[in-house]
Design a protein around this ligand. Structure first.
Ligand code: FAD
Ligand code: A2P
Length: 281
């Protein structure tokens, strides 16, 4: 396809004519910004195809072209649905087929972005409730980076509690900076100052809050630290994103407390999504 084919490039929507190239199964999107946090974590922002619509919390396939077939992986969309750009928060896996190359991406380069966002970490899959908990570990914070920038989510709940647990303090940088930005944001800042609670903890370094979120919930320490009552299926709704083991443990804990898992077809009290496939160890 030629870059001069404006109808297929998005140029008529005010984008530079090569920022988005429609490649059929994928969009090829220009990278606008890359920020590295640690040796293993970074974020990428890209131009957004105007026709790409998604619900906050969904994931999509992204990837890179290679000499043979493209290498593609599932990624949560970390930007809110109103944003002109797309944001992804990424791990760097040593030897990983995608991220061993993606880690070197720079502004001006391109990534492939799929056409079909999907997923269950959406408010549509939850029954109405009073308080929404978003429990994350590692890159599992990515879908919540989208949700906590959505005015509609703050309208649906009286309070939103985002938790992020990582091994080290440096790995919390993304959510710490994000929450600071959300609290001063023009669109959601005022409401976020009242309604958004951010809780983080570390597991392999000392810090003000130490321990896995599972242990802190089980011991009750989490609720004491945020000065809230333990989970209550009558009013609390919960979204969870982390490793398979983390999801399994939290799911069992919630079901034992009377929570029912929801889906797009049948909304419930909690929803889960894995932050990555594999064991992650
Ligand atoms: P892969 O061959 O895909 O992975 C190699 C191994 O690395 C895996 O077996 C696992 O043990 C480990 N691993 C992979 N991803 C992670 C991770 N995120 N955290 C910790 N360990 C990991 N990754 C992101 O970085 N950001 C996201 O927003 C994101 N969203 C996802 C949403 C879904 C629904 C799923 C299923 C996965 C998601 N992933 C996300 C993981 C992503 O699809 C890739 O696995 C990751 O980008 C690494 O790709 P790779 O080809 O380099 O290595
Ligand atoms: P830990 O350091 O005790 O393993 P990772 O960096 O491996 O993706 O892990 C991200 C965070 O998730 C770490 O703080 C890790 O704690 C925590 N974690 C790992 N497994 C579980 C689990 N089964 N339940 C709760 N938290 C977990």
């Amino acid at each position: 396809m030629l870059d001069t084919d404006l109808s297929a490039t998005g140029a008529q929507d005010g984008l530079a004519n090569t920022d988005i190239i429609d490649e059929g199964a994928f969009f090829s999107c220009r990278v606008t910004e890359v920020e590295h946090y640690t040796e293993t974590l970074f974020r990428i922002r890209t131009a957004r195809p105007p026709s790409l619509r998604f619900r906050p919390g969904e994931f999509i396939m992204i990837g890179l072209k290679t000499e043979t077939k493209p290498v593609l992986r599932a990624y949560s969309i970390a930007s809110p649905s109103w944003d002109d750009e797309l944001e992804f928060y990424s791990i760097k896996v040593e030897g990983g087929a995608l991220t061993s190359k993606l880690r070197y991406i720079r502004p001006g380069d391109r990534i492939l972005v799929g056409r079909k966002p999907v997923g269950t970490l959406v408010t549509d899959a939850l029954k109405p409730g009073r308080r929404l908990y978003m429990l994350s570990t590692g890159t599992g914070a990515a879908p919540f980076a989208s949700l906590i920038r959505e005015p509609g989510v703050f309208e649906q709940f009286d309070e939103i509690v985002l938790t992020h647990t990582c091994r080290t303090a440096a790995e919390l940088t993304y959510t710490e900076q994000l929450v600071d930005a959300v609290r001063t944001d023009q669109l959601v800042g005022e409401v976020a100052k009242d309604k958004l609670i951010y809780f983080n903890s570390l597991t392999r370094e000392d810090g003000p809050r130490k321990g896995r979120i599972t242990s802190l919930i089980e011991s009750g320490e989490f609720f004491r630290m945020i000065s809230r009552e333990p989970f209550d299926p009558d009013q609390d709704r919960i979204m969870i994103c982390g490793s398979m083991a983390m999801l399994d443990e939290l799911k069992a804990m919630l079901e034992a407390r009377g929570f029912r898992e929801g889906s797009n077809a049948q909304p419930g009290d909690f929803v889960v999504e894995k932050a990555f496939a594999g064991d992650g160890v």
